[in-house]
Every structure is written in structure tokens, then in C-alpha cells.
Design a protein around this ligand. Structure first.
Ligand SMILES: [Zn+2]
Length: 444
């Protein structure tokens, strides 16, 4: 058998197994997985992976690369290079923060063309559900939108309106007809507006005041409402960036009564608390906000229990001045830049510090996203016949994340200065080497 590239004696990590093997790739596919030391190398490029772990390429279902229109915030080129450096081989770009947002077929096709030109990894695009585009959902679906995204609260830019209850109901009915899926930013607009008004009026403008103005209760209220709508319309749901076990538990109860819903959380909710936010400042502002330390630990419990389906980054950067302008933390841009370090956070905080299994990490970053969004078995695991989307990790190598390591347009991230254990050495996207660490031994 002939190969383009062979990886010798690596430890393969899948959603249900960890084992040593030789692996052969040809024409972008995994074509051989065999006993270590048995593969015929021929004239293939050879990587000696003895002692290294090979994860399935991550699928990040939640990024904002902001192109077209706001590529000064990030961009499909810098964004996709950041992902490759973190072992991510497929991303789903959100419909908002690009301007115009992805709410019609024309805008979808414009973004698709840009992504084809600029991205170095695979991608899919979310369509938007906003109050005036119900009649566009079908054409977006026909063009290949992976699903639809709606906001239940204001999103921070004026060009993507949040979905009122009527829009949600009508949109969910349509999305159910299409057999597509709705992703929701679920925070209660009414509760947040009320609390923000009150807090600002009383001149309580600290970081903790900001967090308290968007309590877990506002997530719970929104999630319960939309779960009822899902029961009524039979629309499939994906609740993005859940910050608390209490919300995860509510989603779990809904699953038990037959609602087709999945839960996502992000590395920042699993690693940073309000105390860290106070220390780091605006770089760590996001919505829902970071929670108290005990909530962070409870989320890990949810992950262990199998109640979290997907971990994605919600990479949402902005130009640096948007993180400094304004009178208080309430006015600065809310969004964390972190997509380069999802796996590093999970290996360090999960595997090394909390004994979370490697298979669990592969499950929530690759297998479950692929299953949920119809990309399995081409993607999501390491199998014969699947796309050769792989990342090679030295599980015990420590590194301190430096500003200059970041591939983002703006070298800003709350993880700068953090010590990670588990370093990305190579990333392959459909057999092409899209990232190689300078210290790795074999040049591909
Ligand atoms: Zn987001």
C-alpha cells in the first residue's frame, strides 16, 4: 500500500479508545491504522510519533471570524491559522459580527467565497435567524448552512437583531420543517436590561457588578422558555456557551423528556472565574459572564457525568481599543479570544489537573460535534476512511503562552502568561500539514 504520509508509533485517541498504532494517510484520508512497527513506509513522509498522542482534529462549532465587513477584528486567514495551531481542523463561523450578517443567500455565498479563498482548514457556516428573515431560512439551508443562530438578548452590535418570542416560534417551526437545528444564545433580555439599568443607576460599575447583572437565573429563564418552544415546534436545539451546571441540568431534564437538545460550554467557563476576570480585566469579559470558582468546579462535574455534549471556543475578538474605551466594564466589548488554546486548556485543566480522560476530551471536541451536525464518519474520529484531520500532541511538554505565540489578528487573550501542559506539534487537515511547531523534529 502507498501513502503520502505515515505516522509511526503514535498513541491514537478516539472517543472510546487510546492505543498505540502506525497510521497511513493518502489523498487526504486515513487509509491504514495498524500495529506499531508494521506499516510499509515506501517513499512517504515519515513522522516518528513515539511518545506523542494523536487526537482527531477538533471541530470548533462556535467562532466569530467577522469577515466580511469586520475583518479588522479578526479574519478568516488569521482565524483559521490560529485554529490550526491549536489542533482545530474544522470550524463553524457564526452569522453575526460579520457585516452584513449571514442572513440571506447572497450574504452566505459572499462569506463562503471568502472562506474558500482564505481558510487553511475546513469550515461550515451558520445562518442567522433574525426578526425579518424567516423567508430566507430555506435558501440558507439549501446553500448548506450548518444550522441557524439566534440571540435571545441583544448581541452587542446593531446589525444583528435579537429574536423576540414571536420570531423564535415562527423560526423554530420553519427550522423544524427543514430538519435543521437552531443554536441559541440564551440569556433573558428583560432580566439583563432591568438589572443593567438598576446597577448603572446605582453607580455600581465593577467587574463583579457586571457579572451580577447577567446572573445564571437569566440563562435559566431563557433556556426554559426556549425548551418549551422546542417541545411545541419539535425544533432541534443547540444551547451555546452554557456557563453553569444549573443550566446544564435543566437541559439534561429536557433531554430526558424527549427534547432534541445539546449543550455547549467553552474552555473559559471551565478555567476562569470572576476572580480571574478581576485580575485579567476586560480581556476576560464575555457573555454570559465568568462565574464564581465553585461554578467552575461544578461544570467539570457536568462534563464527567456526560451532560455536556460539545466544547467549543466562542472565539470573539475585537480591536484592542474596543477593550479599553468606555466608562466602565459595562461599555467594553464582550468577547474572549481563545480558539487557539481550547485543547491546551482541556488537557491542562481537565486531563492533568482533574483526571478527565483523553477520550472524553476527544468526544466533546470532535466526535460529538461531528455527530450532532452530520459530519460523522468523515470527521470526528480517527478511523480508516475518515478525513485525515489529526493533531499531534506532546502530552507532557509544558509551555507558557506568550503574546507572540498567538496567531490572532490582535495578540490578545486571557490565557497569555498561563502555563499549559500538552503542546501541539503538528496539525493535519485532510492530510495537509497546516501547522508545525518550530521545535518538532520532522519537517513535513
Ligand atoms: Zn458567540
Amino acid at each position: 500500500m502507498k501513502f503520502d504520509t505515515v505516522i509511526l508509533s503514535g498513541t491514537l485517541v478516539t472517543e472510546n479508545d487510546v492505543f498505540e498504532a502506525d497510521l497511513g494517510m493518502l489523498n487526504g484520508k486515513v487509509v491504514a491504522i495498524c500495529e506499531p512497527g508494521t506499516i510499509e513506509k515506501g517513499d512517504a513522509t515519515v513522522i516518528d510519533a513515539k511518545g506523542l498522542h494523536i487526537f482527531p482534529g477538533l471541530i470548533d462549532v462556535h467562532v466569530h471570524f467577522n469577515e466580511p465587513g469586520r475583518d479588522q477584528w479578526e479574519g478568516l486567514d488569521t482565524g483559521s491559522k490560529s485554529l490550526a495551531a491549536g489542533g482545530v481542523t474544522t470550524f463553524f463561523d457564526m452569522p453575526l459580527n460579520s457585516n452584513p450578517p449571514t442572513t440571506t443567500k447572497e450574504r452566505y455565498l459572499e462569506k463562503k467565497q471568502l472562506a474558500d479563498e482564505k481558510s487553511i482548514v475546513d469550515y461550515r457556516l451558520w445562518g442567522g435567524l433574525v426578526p425579518d428573515n424567516i423567508e430566507n431560512l430555506e435558501e440558507l439551508y439549501q446553500e448548506g448552512a450548518i444550522g441557524f443562530k439566534a440571540f435571545m438578548s441583544e448581541c452587542g452590535t446593531d446589525d444583528f437583531q435579537h429574536a423576540d418570542n414571536g420570531t423564535l416560534l415562527k423560526g423554530m417551526e420553519k427550522i423544524a420543517q427543514l430538519d435543521s437545528i437552531l443554536a441559541l444564545h440564551a440569556e433573558s433580555n428583560e432580566m439583563i436590561n432591568y438589572l443593567t439599568y438598576k446597577t448603572k443607576k446605582e453607580q455600581r460599575l465593577s467587574i463583579r457588578d457586571y457579572c451580577n447583572s447577567r446572573p445564571v437565573l437569566s440563562e435559566l429563564e431563557a433556556v426554559e422558555r426556549v425548551l418549551s418552544y422546542a417541545e411545541l415546534t419539535k425544533c432541534k436545539l443547540h444551547i451555546v456557551h452554557v456557563s453553569s451546571k444549573r443550566v446544564i441540568d435543566r437541559i439534561k431534564e429536557a433531554k430526558e423528556r424527549g427534547i432534541d437538545v445539546t449543550a455547549e460550554t467553552c474552555p473559559h467557563y471551565l478555567s476562569l472565574s470572576v476572580d480571574d476576570f478581576e485580575e485579567i480585566g476586560p480581556t476576560a469579559k464575555c457573555a454570559p459572564p465568568l462565574r464564581e470558582r465553585d461554578e467552575v468546579e461544578l461544570l467539570w462535574q457536568s462534563l464527567r457525568n456526560g451532560d455536556i455534549d460539545i466544547i467549543s471556543s466562542d472565539h470573539s475578538p475585537s480591536p484592542p481599543e474596543m477593550k479599553t474605551q468606555g466608562e466602565s466594564i459595562f461599555d467594553v466589548w464582550g468577547g474572549i479570544a481563545g480558539c487557539q488554546n481550547t485543547l491546551h486548556v482541556l488537557l491542562t485543566e481537565g486531563f492533568h489537573k482533574r483526571d478527565v480522560s483523553l477520550s472524553k476530551i476527544a468526544e466533546v471536541t470532535a466526535f460529538q460535534p461531528a455527530k450532532r451536525f452530520g459530519l460523522y464518519p468523515n470527521k470526528g474520529s480517527i478511523r480508516i476512511g475518515s478525513d485525515a484531520d489529526l493533531t499531534l500532541i506532546n502530552l507532557n511538554e509544558e509551555f507558557v503562552l506568550k503574546t507572540e505565540d498567538l496567531k490572532y489578528r490582535h495578540k490578545i487573550s486571557p490565557y497569555v502568561g498561563k502555563t499549559f501542559i500538552g503542546k501541539t506539534l503538528y496539525t493535519f487537515s485532510r492530510g495537509q500539514c497546516v501547522f508545525e511547531d518550530a521545535s518538532s523534529k520532522t519537517s513535513v
